[in-house]
Design a protein around this ligand. Structure first.
Ligand code: LLP
Length: 442
């Protein structure tokens, strides 16, 4: 039977309405404003402009700790998936908490090394198309593990390691052929996907790998997709991995690591009443069941679940307009700033920064200024009436928000802020037009 575990974003206290206090006097009649920790979002929007990404450091910490707690009964390392949000300050925050990192490019590796050089020994390198330059950089940094995805890649890695006279620790990323209910673009665990090595063929390749003196067979890795909110598919996949580990041990390999990948989803609709600890514990439960009999160190690669609900995108309503019966709020953020709704038809809650007092609402499309009909954040959405100049917050935008931002329509990318309690830190300044033009020639 399918047991749907409803995730909980843990939005409060990171993003919650609170009354504005002025000095020691609290205005009883004052309207409530959406805050990030103790900072009213309207204040930072005025100071730093919009569109603006805002993250709560305490939410990030709380979410990482929830993972750590849930897996306390097994030796483990959480390798935060850098692709979800690669801001250096976010990486530093996580690195200082002892987090490892999952990288998929030389660029991501460089980011990790910039902020936390010793963290290299907790880096896993995933991805189907690592170049020899990227492999060399990772070997020189002496990362923990290469998650290899094909036979050709395996031999390329052996060649790079031989040239550097090193031994690369490898895991094969196996494709377990487990379906998971998510958007087709971010499902990865089926044979029809480009990812991993079919689990049935893995044993042969492990045998070949162990014949190279420059490769050290060390683990098995798996990743079945992203934004998966039912835990059973993770359990199924790891069950198949555990069976493979049994066989590999019998074949004489030393399998120290099982990398369970990332993919645990979040509750974008905000429907759930289940708390984060329960949710992550349910996830830990299905992973640990098949692993318990094995003496392995578990690696986890969560991205979205750590940083998604810890961030919001602030935007201001530029114009209201009506085309026939359809009402539009044209806001100053666009698909270049946050692509998820356009690319995956993803749902993000949108809430006014000033808590609405009257109950009047309307059905609107929230759209950006870009010249494509796909440039929207919400369609046919029932929202409290917003006027021109009002601030809106697009919630759960911490993961794959800024990370997917582009300069489409020659729009500079937003600034990013990290809030902790009352303190506000600019962690990336707003891009300027000159930044966009700098690397081009006339
Ligand atoms: N490990 C591997 C090997 C991955 O490919 C991914 C995500 C992760 C870990 C982290 O997954 P997470 O815990 O964040 O779900 N842009 C899409 C998501 C793409 C995910 C790609 N791989 C989105 O906005 O929904």
């Amino acid at each position: 039977m399918k047991r749907a575990v409803q995730p909980q974003t843990g939005r409060p206290p990171a993003f919650a309405y609170r009354q504005l206090s002025t000095g020691i006097f609290r205005l009883r009649s004052a309207q409530s404003l959406l805050h990030c920790d103790s900072v009213p979002l309207s204040r930072i929007a005025e100071r730093f402009g919009t569109p603006l990404y805002v993250y709560s450091a305490s939410a990030v910490r709380e979410r990482l700790r929830a993972f750590d707690r849930a897996f306390r009964n097994i030796p483990h390392t959480i390798c935060y998936s850098v692709k979800a949000n690669s801001n250096l300050s976010i990486l530093r925050l996580l690195g200082k908490m002892g987090c490892g990192f999952d990288v998929v490019s030389g660029g991501e590796l460089e980011r990790v090394l910039r902020v936390e050089k010793p963290a290299a020994k907790k880096v896993v390198f995933s991805g189907v198309g690592k170049t020899s330059e990227e492999m060399n950089a990772a070997l020189k940094a002496r990362i923990l593990l290469f998650n290899v995805e094909s036979e050709s890649e395996l031999w390329m890695l052996a060649e790079c390691a031989a040239r550097l006279r090193q031994r690369a620790r490898v895991a094969l990323r196996v494709n377990p052929d487990v379906p998971a209910d998510t958007h087709p673009y971010i499902s990865t665990g089926l044979h029809e996907h480009k990812f991993g090595i079919p689990i049935r063929e893995a044993r042969k390749l492990y045998a070949q790998a162990s014949g190279s003196k420059y490769l050290q067979v060390s683990g098995v890795s798996v990743h079945i997709g992203s934004q998966i909110t039912e835990v059973e598919p993770f359990g199924q996949a790891i069950g198949r991995v555990a069976d493979l580990v049994d066989q590999l041990l019998a074949d004489g390999h030393n399998i120290e690591y099982v990398d369970a990948g990332g993919g645990l989803g979040i509750d974008y609709k905000g429907h759930s009443s289940r708390n984060l600890s329960e949710y992550v514990s349910a996830y830990a439960g299905v992973l640990l069941r098949p692993l318990r009999r094995l003496k392995v160190h578990l690696l986890l690669e969560p991205g979205r679940c750590i940083i998604g609900p810890a961030g919001a995108l602030l935007t201001r309503v530029l114009y209201r307009k009506t085309n026939g019966k359809r009402k539009f709020l044209v806001v100053d953020a666009a698909m270049n700033d946050m692509l998820r709704p356009s690319l995956y038809n993803a749902y993000h809650q949108i809430v006014p920064v000033r808590e609405p007092t009257e109950r009047s609402s309307e059905t609107v499309d929230v759209v950006g200024p870009i010249c494509e009909s796909g440039d929207f954040f919400a369609r046919n959405r029932q929202l409290p009436i917003a006027n021109e100049g009002d601030l809106l917050a697009i919630l759960d935008a911490g993961a794959y928000g800024m990370a997917l931002a582009s300069n489409y329509n020659s729009r500079p990318r937003p600034a990013e802020l990290l809030v902790e309690g009352k303190s506000v830190k600019l962690i990336r300044r707003r891009e300027r037009i000159e930044d966009l033009l700098r690397s081009e020639m006339t």
